[in-house]
Write a protein that binds this ligand. Sequence first.
Ligand code: SF4
Length: 429
Amino acid sequence: MSPVIPIRAVATGGCSDAPVLKERGQREVFCGLTGIIWLHRKIQDAFFLVVGSRTCAHLIQSAAGVMIFAEPRFATAIIDERDLAGLADANVELDRVVSRLLARRPEIKLLFLVGSCPSEVIKLDLSRAASRLSAQFTPSVRVLNYSGSGIETTFTQGEDACLASLVPVLPAAADDAKPALMVVGALADVVEDQFARLFKQLGIGPVHFFPPRQANALPTVGPNTRYLLAQPFLADTARALEARGAQRLAAPFPLGEEGTTAWLQAAAGAFDVAPALFESVTAAGRERAGAALARQRQQLAGKRIFFFPDSQLEIPLARFLSRELGMSLVEVGTPYLHRQHLAEELAWLPEGTMLSEGQHVENQLDRCRAERPDIVVCGLGLANPLEAEGLTTKWAIELVFTPIQGYEQAGDLAQLFSRPLVRRMRLAA
Ligand code: SF4
């Protein structure tokens, strides 16, 4: 593995070595197909063709219900009983669907064949299908594949699998290329633009965002690439980038004033930005974020929060809510704990925080009911029953759909937690 470039913050203390309750059992999470909802908005000339069942089609249709006025850039090629019984050649069928789609939609430059539980069950080899179709449609369309299957995955892993499938096709940077920064993980355009402005003012460049907004704007990668993760759920993508020589800049995630500052500081340290320049470029943003958070702190300080494992954003969110808003962490559950990528976050969690990894939903519900926290962060499937029991909930998936990173969004992020609490208080009054 490539070396990690150190930043000022030392990733020890807090919960760095804290014990973690590891659970296995029934889980209540969405599958990786969900990532298509934000990824198809991000890469504007990409199309996501799910090779799956009617259930898969339902899931993305209902999750992306807002697309009724536009021609969506996702669809499902339905595997039906004839395919499952081996009566039809699924590959021939798939080639037919793809040819028809690309003839009708010439604006598509990148096509993802997205695997699902049914395509895995019938062992349809989508990587072979992708190379076959890529050879046929190159150079106008590149065809890649990844799996969004719900078997043993959680919903943000869809983005990880998608980005990891793109890494091998990133152009190689020249050996003598000057160091470049790559920000890895889909961010809302508005957030990306804010970060691009800050990096420019800091004199850091070139800066590439991955995934890009256009398929023909793939960033180069090589030993001179320094990358910053913008999302905590990108383990496979990080591994693939490091295999191509890129070096990770260790940092907490850009949530809240403190997280954003440390994240920017990791880049500033690697690109030799003078401390005085860093202070002056970030001062206004830090101040605005601090003021917005001070208002939210009045609602949130002292409130007890419980995280069910869902988006993999749980640990950075818990750190933000405890350190910047004074919330008390009852339990912080995460589907997977990547100790290396989360080292700076763990060091910032209060000592003694109850951490759990994986899920045994019944056991966790028992713990949650016994604790009666003020607010519970969980998936949609658990939210309604918990609300019916009088608990206040926040849907984890909303945190992935909403722009929450950076200084300008710090107040909005805090509000996502204060709003349900205020609503509950009004209902109780
Ligand atoms: S991929 Fe699997 S879990 Fe996801 S909608 Fe399809 S069948 Fe359900």
